[in-house]
Design a protein around this ligand. Structure first.
Ligand code: PMP
Length: 394
């Protein structure tokens, strides 16, 4: 059976060039960058080059990139590190109600320690109003953190505008750019970002490798205590293999970004048009145009997302329902609830995240296979027969 992966948000395959770049660091180049001898120095030089490549991807300076274990660590560090370093200035954070769990749960932990939090509402597309950010700022605000694009619904936030508001009031601004860095243009200057999280797998680098951009002059306490790696900001021996892979992937993403976007958008738009044309009572979730090039999020009424997902899996089609990170917990997406979608409808979430290797034939297959799957499940659903304005086909 041909496998169609449309779950790139969960995991994307490594580029062959990335594997080639990593290989020597699995074999002869095993040095520890902290060592004083030549084995270590060789690896230190590689890390310096890698920092430059990751910095170039987001228009940062080399020394503003700190390597981490991925988006979760970068997000936790940005929030906790800024709060800790700013205790004398205040204890108020501003965020949105549609953030990833690595922001949401880190903020809950901070709240337990007495930090005050404003969670901004979103409109029906999942987008924050920058004026709400302005209104929420108080003299005690130490950080604004709003994600660049949402991993579940694909909507892209007006980050440059939010960053400008924070900058005017000298408040550090963090954005979780895990869904965008290496995918669409991300420029820390244009976005007015002081801190920015990224994760390598979003752009075909290794899982478990990422970075936090920290603008020069921003005061942040370390998350991990230990050695003096990463300029004393992130203790622990660097994940050399992951960093090398991430930097190669970043280098290639910068070159291929435009063509990848041009390839993804028509496929995305075909699914957005053809799925609701083939199945009754399906709605697009998220903004119709201000969305990630590979993201198609829909709700199919009267069917559970997980059931559709499992049937599609048997047909070789790999997708997600709601957020990849909670898809095993069967929880209703907090993102959809925040957008005003009711819990019942949100249960029917399907998330297609396309990648550079998807093609028109993959879209053809989804549009062929999904409608009978939905019909089969709806025929079993008492809810569908009772509530739907449509008759089931018998
Ligand atoms: N933020 C967003 C928007 C994400 O999509 C993810 C990954 N799903 C993360 C943070 C966490 O990143 P990581 O898996 O690299 O820890």
């Amino acid at each position: 059976m041909r496998i169609i992966n449309m779950d790139h948000v969960a995991a994307s395959p490594l580029l062959p060039q990335v594997v080639d770049a990593m290989m020597p660091f699995l074999t002869e180049k095993f040095g520890n960058p902290s060592s004083m001898h030549s084995l270590g120095e060789e690896v230190t030089e590689t890390l310096d080059e890698a920092r430059g490549k990751v910095a170039a991807l987001i228009n940062a300076k080399d020394h503003e990139i700190v390597f981490t274990s991925g988006g979760t660590e970068s997000n936790n560090w940005a929030l906790k590190g800024i709060c800790q370093a700013s205790r004398s200035r205040g204890n108020h954070l501003i965020t949105s109600s549609v953030e990833h769990f690595s922001i949401m749960h880190a903020i809950k932990a901070l709240e337990k320690q007495g930090v005050e939090v404003t969670r901004l509402p979103v409109d029906k597309y999942g987008i924050v109003d920058p004026d709400d950010v302005k209104r929420a700022i108080t003299p005690r605000t130490v950080l604004v953190s709003v994600m660049h694009a949402n991993n579940e619904i694909g909507s892209i936030q007006p980050i440059a505008e939010i960053g400008r508001i924070a900058r005017e009031l000298s408040i550090p601004f963090h954005t979780d750019a895990v869904a965008t860095a290496g995918v669409i243009p991300v420029d820390v200057e244009a976005l007015n970002a002081d801190l920015l999280s990224l994760s390598a797998n979003a752009f075909y680098g290794p899982l478990g490798s990422g970075a936090l951009y920290v603008r020069k002059g921003v005061k942040i306490a370390p998350l991990l205590d230990g050695g003096i790696q990463e300029g004393g900001l992130r203790a622990g021996t660097e994940n050399v293999l992951g960093i090398v892979g991430m930097s190669k992937a970043a280098e290639i993403a910068a070159v291929e970004m435009e063509s990848r976007i041009a390839h993804l958008i028509p496929l995305r738009d075909r699914l957005i048009k053809e799925i609701p044309a083939a199945i009754e009572e399906v709605e697009l979730v998220g903004h119709p145009t201000q969305r990630l090039p590979g993201n198609v999020s829909v709700v199919v009424r009267y069917v559970e997302g997980e059931s559709m997902l499992l049937f599609l899996d048997m047909e070789g089609i790999k997708i997600a329902s709601g957020s990849a990170c909670i898809s095993r917990s069967l929880k209703v997406s907090h993102v959809m609830l925040a957008m005003g979608i009711d819990a019942g409808t949100a249960q029917g979430s399907l998330l297609f995240t396309l990648g550079k290797d998807n093609a028109d034939q993959d879209v053809d297959e989804v549009v062929r296979i999904l409608p009978p799957v939905v019909q089969k499940l709806r025929d079993m659903s008492p809810l569908y027969k009772k509530t739907s304005k449509f008759k089931t086909i018998t």
